[in-house]
Design a protein. Structure first.
Length: 299
């Protein structure tokens, strides 16, 4: 199979490339820095700067590109970048798909459980609608709606609503390790907000599962079936690191420092992977302490 990836040099993209190279697939990564693709993704992976460089048919498209949403406060300029790196890029991808004489069979497009907004105590499955619409929710809704347009071109479209990915090599977890190792970790705000998490190995496995399952289409919550509250996450991480986790981050301080972005940390989603489980996907890691313990050897 020939697979085209956007966002292929990111944490999830690099892991997918490794898995699919082992399976014998041919991989092309559309990147702003194509010269770095071989080093980051594997010597056999081709990097391209423009989609018109593709000179052979593509069987599947994996659309994961997007600037990190929580790296810095959401200024007007930052919001425009977050929007263009997802929605505008996906529109360019759609225009290319429309021109393809032999179209790919499937588009798997990124999204996030932030699609639901702050869900409070509600249990959220793929049947649930958005609970509240903040900027992150609006961004995910627009991203999904844009990707969904590929159905009109005859593609099977899968939308992966990812939770908080636990990985030692990137994502949010390494940022927490410094304070927690110093004994300065703790809950955020009240600590009651839900954290839908997923081990990186399960994240890669579920995308591979959805790629090869011909009846998979629409949204899937990509998170373990046992979300935890933020205070319980802090406690579990502290225990894995053998450090106390009793220094809270005050809500007011977050709001002052991060502005609107603080809503992403003070809210949460009690999201459940109902459709993945119904389809027969089995998570390796359903218990947070076990998932953190598995990763601790790589910290």
């Amino acid at each position: 199979m020939h697979i085209l990836l956007t966002g292929g040099t990111g944490l999830i993209g690099r892991k997918l490339c490794s898995r699919w190279l082992e399976q014998g697939h041919r991989l092309t990564v559309w990147s702003r820095r194509p010269e770095q693709v071989a080093d980051l993704c594997g010597a056999q992976v081709r990097g391209i700067a423009r989609l018109d460089e593709i000179d052979e048919s593509v069987d599947a498209v994996i659309n994961l590109a997007g600037a990190p949403i929580a790296d810095r406060p959401w200024s007007h300029k930052r919001k425009l970048l977050l929007w263009s790196s997802r929605i505008t890029l996906t529109e360019v991808l759609l225009a290319w798909l429309e021109r393809c004489e032999r179209k790919p069979r499937v588009l798997i497009s990124g999204s996030a459980v932030g699609w639901y907004g702050d869900g409070g105590e509600r249990e959220l499955t793929e049947e649930s609608g958005p609970v509240s619409e903040d900027f992150a929710s609006q961004l995910c809704i627009a991203w999904e709606e844009t990707a969904q347009r590929a159905e009109a071109l005859g593609l099977r479209v899968v939308l992966v609503r990812t939770g908080l990915v636990l990985a030692a090599e990137g994502g949010f977890l390494p940022r927490l390790l410094g304070p927690f190792k110093l004994g300065l970790g703790g809950r955020i705000g009240s600590g009651r907000q839900w954290m839908p998490w997923v081990h990186i190995d399960d994240q890669i496995a579920l995308i591979d599962f959805l790629l090869h399952r011909d009846d998979a289409r629409g949204p899937y919550n990509a998170c373990a079936p046992n979300p935890v509250r933020n205070r319980d996450f802090a406690k579990a991480l502290g225990e894995v690191l053998s450090r106390p986790a009793v220094v809270p981050v005050p809500e007011l301080m977050l709001k002052v420092a991060l502005g609107e972005l603080s809503l992403l940390l003070l809210g949460g989603q009690r999201a459940m992977p109902a459709r993945l489980q119904a389809a027969g996907f089995t998570f390796r890691f359903t218990d947070l302490p076990a998932a953190l313990d598995d990763l601790s050897g790589r910290f």
